[in-house]
Design a binder for this molecule. Sequence first.
Ligand code: SF4
Length: 236
Amino acid sequence: MLIYDLDSPSLENLFKEWNEPTYRAKQVWQGLYQHLYNSPEQFSNLPKSLREKLTEHTTFAPFKVKVFQDSSDGFTRKTLFELPDKNLIEAVLMRYGDPADNPQITASAPDSKNLRGAKNRRTLCISTQAGCAMGCVFCATGQMGFKRHLSSGEIVAQVMYYAQMLKDVNESVTNIVFMGMGEPFHNYDNTMSAIDCLNDADVRMATTLGLAASPSRLRAWFHKSNVSLTRGDRST
Ligand code: SF4
């Protein structure tokens, strides 16, 4: 099971099933979303037996990096991820800030030191589906057709990938837009669960609204979240 598919109550339930105390689940939640650990070995505050259980029963990496590409100015990185079923999704990091603050580093290697940017906005554009059913004529993803919905954990994992990378240079994600592959409200439940998880983890978000969603459900959800919605137009 993908660890990012578990929200906080689900993680606590899993630990109950494992006869582990609740505070252990809280330690794992904090490790994942505050310390940004990306493997069980990093949880040095857990007993070895529990780290082994996590290794045996969960996965922290739902995809591998197929290829990445940096913009010529070094402010933007696009990463193509390959899922275990060979479907591909992409997520883009965009850095906005004052170029005068930036270290002049060539953007070519995969490690975070080679990303340039001032310490202002760090916006991620992430995918909610592999492919897309909407078929917008101007969009390459639309012409691919629909492959499958991403799970909430697969959506969250894109954020965690970049958050872990930014942590290495003492930076963090500030904004998220759901404008990568897929139509977020065609994958409504998983997108909402991912946003709830990221909201609990205290990542500031701006998201885009595509398909019409149930007004009452959205109202209830906004009431408890810190998310702002913007109507996006990807044709311009
Ligand atoms: S909804 Fe978005 S991802 Fe889907 S075809 Fe249209 S522009 Fe492309």
